[in-house]
Design a protein around this ligand. Structure first.
Ligand SMILES: Cc1ncc(COP(=O)(O)O)c(C=O)c1O
Length: 394
């Protein structure tokens, strides 16, 4: 009998709870049930036609071999041009690395800079993967709860948790799971704090394009050069262009940081998939109409679901300014029934085949994350089932 002993560095790493929700949905489907999956952080749209065609053309013209580990020069240039259009900042190619999704970008970024014992500041609620990568690095996640402050992170809140061991501050605006957007002035002040204390700032801008009017996207790439030097901007094509399965993300950062990340990548996955890189050029350079269309559709759904959730007994739900998640506070329901948010999510799954993710997975007990990257029809059925469960619980 062989006993498997995992490496110590994985002792504090948990499996992804959002991926577990997706797996639970797949299991129920395999048993023949109709599942309403409001758990997945994945656009329900197809990848736009022009991007699919670009991939087909890349395949047919032999774009199937290894590329440089950090990505093809043509895509790096497309990223540089895209960021220049969006933010007015022109990065050199040496400041760009393309990876297999934003997740790999962030993994590369953190393993390149976090030493055992280093503290990494993470506003909560947070995307589940941040603390897990920090744990893998032997670092210590220092959370800043924002739910008591309407999910608004300020520089003062960051300053309060900084210690001599702090190495990195992570921002994620718009946020997964809350959809909250950090004000540009606050990002500016947080970058100043990082500059004053010789810290690195990671700005995860995976949902950058999904900010609802009258709000406007803001990238940390637009910060003044002296502050930007210590900022790593992490971007992804996954959500913006409905390209989750293509696995293309990128970082813009100090060239020395990029060089270390490239080293890690060259010994792990090598390059991101070659034909996906070529298609990504079309995504960034081609028509952006599909992004505007998706944003408009998400906005209609957001407006509907937030008011529908807020109308449920014992539920409060703030209007998210970005991304595609509603994050209702169900603590009053839980208090009355003695359930935890995970129990509520589990019962919803078992009794109604509706998948949502418990807030505690994101460091915010008492909430649910509901992805509205799903049809209005399914959202309506999902909310009706939540209402029915609340009523059953009395
Ligand atoms: C906040 C955040 N960052 C990064 C990612 C990574 O996405 P990908 O690896 O598909 O680019 C996700 C995906 O859910 C996310 O929600």
């Amino acid at each position: 009998m062989v006993v498997f002993r995992r490496a110590l560095r994985l002792d504090h790493m948990q499996s992804s709870s959002t991926m577990a929700a997706t797996a639970a949905a797949a299991r129920l489907r395999a048993q023949g049930h109709t599942v309403i999956d409001l758990g997945a952080g994945e656009p329900d749209f197809d990848t736009p036609e022009n991007i699919r065609q670009a991939a087909i053309q890349a395949l047919e013209t032999g774009k199937t071999r290894y590329t440089p580990a950090s990505g093809i020069a043509e895509l790096k240039q497309a990223i540089v041009d895209y960021m220049a259009r969006e933010t007015g900042t022109t990065y050199p190619a040496s400041a760009v690395i393309v990876s297999a999704g934003g997740k790999q970008t962030l993994f590369n970024a953190l393993v390149s800079v976090v030493n055992p014992g280093d503290e990494v500041v993470i506003p909560a609620p947070y995307w589940v993967t941040f603390p897990e990568i920090v744990a893998f690095c032997g670092g210590v996640s220092v959370f800043i709860p924002t739910h008591e402050h309407d999910f608004r992170l300020t520089a003062a809140m960051v300053e309060r948790v900084l210690t001599p061991r702090t190495r990195v501050v992570i921002l994620n605006s718009p946020s997964n799971p809350s959809g909250a957007v950090i004000a540009p002035e606050d990002i500016h002040q947080i970058a100043e704090l990082c500059a004053a204390r010789d810290l690195w700032l990671i700005s995860d801008e995976c949902y950058y394009r999904f900010v609802y009017p009258p709000g406007r996207p803001f990238s940390a790439a637009a910060l003044p050069a002296a502050l930007r030097e210590r900022v790593l901007v992490s971007g992804s094509l996954s959500k913006t262009y409905a390209m989750t399965g293509w696995r293309i993300g990128y970082a813009l950062a100090h060239p020395d940081w990029v060089a270390e990340m490239t080293k890690v990548q060259s010994h792990s996955t090598s390059n991101p998939t070659t034909f996906a890189q070529w298609a990504a050029i079309e995504a960034l350079r081609g028509s952006q109409d599909s992004v505007a269309a998706m944003l408009a559709e998400y906005r209609t759904r957001r407006d509907w679901i937030v008011s529908a959730l807020a109308a449920l007994p014992g539920v409060r739900c703030r209007m998210p300014e970005g991304a595609f998640y509603a994050f209702p506070d169900i603590s009053a329901v839980l208090e009355k029934t003695g359930l935890r948010d995970v129990d509520f999510a589990q019962r919803l799954l078992e009794e109604a085949h509706v998948v949502v993710t418990a807030g505690s997975a994101f460091g915010a007990e008492g909430y649910l994350r509901i992805s509205y990257a799903n049809s209005l029809d399914n959202l309506q059925r999902g909310v009706e089932n939540i209402r029915a469960l609340i009523e059953r619980l009395g």
